[in-house]
Design a protein around this ligand. Structure first.
Ligand code: GLP
Length: 262
């Protein structure tokens, strides 16, 4: 795992977008795993600008989102499908048929979960998985005690998560669906590269647990410590609880891999 610390959320998001850009230019048929949440909005704005202004081409790219709420239709403004349409899919030249989210309205959610896993396999697996960090340490909707080998499945959301996501539902946590369908921690760990983005002081304590704490199902983001190629991009505020800041900065400022990004 590597931690890259940027001064503020716009610069952190821009770095995440540039990492995606580099992967996509190297492999135009990239299989890209996507995340939702407020943190990602800036990343998608950067990718849209790269498409508009520098011709970044998504025409051969396939995408798989981490998760979707159960029980709200795709057309609902707070569905993750609507979020993705708004922030990315309509802003770039992705083929509609190449964008995938789990179907939270599927009559048989077990079958839908298996279908989603199979589609990822058929696409050749995920090259780069973008991840946000929930206030309870979740990745996707893998809430505390999610098995670290879990696959795509239904998951009940914690009160903390429903509270965190309430702004998209008029501010009322009771209106946030109680369940979601999410890639499992094991599904995420199968990606060839993981990129976690977290910004803001409110993420500092949980980020420190995820990055420097023990690997535990209580903080599913901590499972990323097992991944052979995982980068964590944060702003100063989110990095505030980390112990190893000087070392992380040294790596970013000196390792040849990061020369293009400094
Ligand atoms: C939701 C998503 C997560 C995301 C999290 C972070 O819970 N299911 O995948 O990481 O939001 O949200 P935010 O960026 O708004 O803090």
């Amino acid at each position: 795992m590597e931690v890259i610390i940027l001064p503020d959320p716009p610069q952190a998001a821009r770095l995440a977008a540039r990492i995606i850009e580099k992967e996509l230019r190297a492999k135009p048929a990239l299989v890209l795993g996507l995340a939702t949440g407020r943190t990602m909005e800036r990343v998608y704005a950067c990718l849209a600008a790269l498409h508009r202004e520098q011709g970044l081409d998504f025409s051969r790219c396939a995408t798989f989102n981490l998760d979707e709420y159960i029980g709200i239709p795709a057309e609902h403004p707070a569905s993750y499908r609507s979020y993705m349409d708004r922030h990315l899919f309509r802003q770039v030249n992705l083929a509609a048929a190449s964008t995938h989210l789990p179907d939270g309205m599927a009559p048989d959610l077990g079958a839908e979960s298996r279908r989603y896993e199979a589609m990822i396999q058929e696409a050749g697996g995920i090259d780069l998985q973008l991840l946000g960090l929930g206030s309870d340490g979740h990745i996707g909707f893998n809430e505390p005690l999610s098995a670290l080998l879990s696959r795509t499945r239904e998951k009940a959301l914690t009160p903390a998560t429903r509270q965190q996501n309430a702004p998209m539902f008029g501010g009322d946590p009771a209106r946030v669906p109680a369940r979601a369908i999410t890639m499992g921690v094991g599904t995420i760990l199968d990606s060839r590269r993981c990129l976690l983005l977290a910004t803001g002081a409110e993420k500092a304590a949980i980020l420190a647990k995820a990055v420097e704490g023990p690997i535990t199902a209580m903080v599913t983001a901590s499972a990323l410590q097992l991944h052979p190629k995982c980068q964590v991009v944060v702003d100063e505020a989110a990095a505030a609880g980390l112990q190893g800041i000087d070392y992380y900065r040294w790596i970013f400022n000196n390792e040849p891999e990061w020369a293009d990004f400094r």
